[in-house]
Design a protein around this ligand. Structure first.
Ligand code: SF4
Length: 382
């Protein structure tokens, strides 16, 4: 028996209410067409802005046509989950370059498993509640398959795509994760919202590596998040001094964004900073052994980059930080544990510390501007 309009309405309401109960802050429905979005994505990949993320080159048909990824899908439900930890300082690691500056989404536990579990609970509850309807079919995604997630989030009205290419919600800013449920029911569609970036260019101006190369277009090969997380090789020499103390990801475009003055902090305990990661000294992290790295970061997304990439990033951070007499010997001490790539970064850091170059001044000027921008935003809203 076909599902009635009335049942579809009830199902949508149930999904929205249950999504909130399991912890999501928003859920909205879009159709499955990727028209316009897919072409733009494909062009971005063809232009090489995805760097070495070869997984973005594969499975293009699945990305373009959701039913090829999961048969009979006719709607995408996009959901958002706030992650800004309650005690994450906005400016401390920007002001004190001897601290490690770690992207706020990575201060606590990895979100993939947590969100996937919540989505599965939601879908199980849906099937149980509407058990008189046969064949409700769903599949859940958390950053785990070829899904054009920002396209669906934008189409559904979760928010608009900012010039920095992240989704912004008018009431909640951009500090949230996205997740999706593919479903085989023709739920009523939600409307997209208006792009409200207007004439603002704050994220473009304040990006430390000038990675935002156009409206909603980021050159990943210049983006600090890519360089310190996805990138397996050396960090390009010309970008190292611009990275400053950002050792895992970068939040600067989000910090600069005026819409984030409306961001709410997450009440999710799993996202509270582990191991004091919100304010750890670079040298303290540098002195972790590989065993410490694996033990201390159990359950953290940072562990996925591996110890050598972690040392690579820290070497760059330390090289960009303040000089102190014992730092050189601490850098030297790690050489026996380092692979060739890390060794080269250690040597670079030592050289940098001894002989700072002009780019550092440029970074400091940008960072100072960013701190002023965030502080005046916070002061205005206090
Ligand atoms: S900083 Fe300005 S331009 Fe960038 S995403 Fe936010 S509102 Fe849009």
């Amino acid at each position: 028996m076909p599902v009635t309009q009335d049942q579809l309405k009830q199902i949508k309401t149930f999904i929205y209410e249950k999504a909130c109960k399991v912890g999501f802050q928003g859920a909205r429905v879009s159709d499955i067409s990727t028209s316009g979005y897919f072409e733009a994505f494909k062009q971005w990949v063809d232009d090489g802005f995805h760097g070495d993320m070869s997984f973005l080159e594969r499975n293009q048909n699945l990305r373009e046509f959701p039913p090829q990824l999961h048969p009979n899908t006719c709607r995408v439900i996009s959901l958002r989950y706030d992650y800004l930890p309650v005690n994450a300082s906005f400016t401390k690691p920007l002001k004190d370059t001897s601290l490690a500056n770690i992207s706020r989404y990575a201060l606590g536990k990895d979100y993939h498993k947590l969100l996937r579990k919540k989505l599965s609970r939601l879908c199980d509850a849906l099937r149980t509640h509407f058990n008189q309807i046969e064949d409700i079919d769903t599949r859940v995604f958390v950053d785990s398959a070829p899904v054009l997630e920002t396209a669906f989030a934008e189409k559904s009205g979760i928010g608009w795509k900012g010039k920095h290419s992240l989704i912004i919600n008018e009431a909640a800013g951009s500090w949230f994760f996205l997740a999706e449920i593919f479903i085989n029911l023709p739920l009523a569609l939600d409307e997209p919202v208006k792009d409200k970036c207007g004439s603002c260019n704050a994220c473009i101006k304040l990006c430390p590596t000038d990675a935002i190369i156009g409206n909603k277009k980021v050159d990943a090969t210049r983006c600090i998040s890519y360089l310190t997380i996805e990138n397996k090789g050396p960090i390009p020499l010309e970008l190292r001094s611009k990275i400053g103390n950002r050792v895992y990801g970068c939040d600067d475009c989000q910090l600069a964004c005026p819409w984030n003055r409306y961001a709410s902090v997450s009440s999710e305990p799993a996202f509270l900073p582990m191991q004091n990661l919100g304010a750890s000294r670079l040298l303290e992290l540098w002195n972790w052994t590989e065993e410490d790295f694996n033990t201390n970061l159990q359950g953290s997304p940072i562990r996925r980059i591996g110890y050598q990439a972690w040392l690579r990033n820290l070497a760059v951070g330390i090289g960009n930080g303040p000089f102190a007499p014992d730092i050189i010997s601490q850098l030297e001490k790690k050489k026996p544990d380092a692979n060739d790539m890390v060794l080269e970064h250690i040597n670079w850091a030592i050289e940098e510390l001894i002989n700072k170059n002009g780019q550092q001044l440029n970074l400091q000027a940008k960072t100072k501007k960013l701190i002023n921008c965030v502080e005046s935003m916070l002061a205005r809203d206090a």
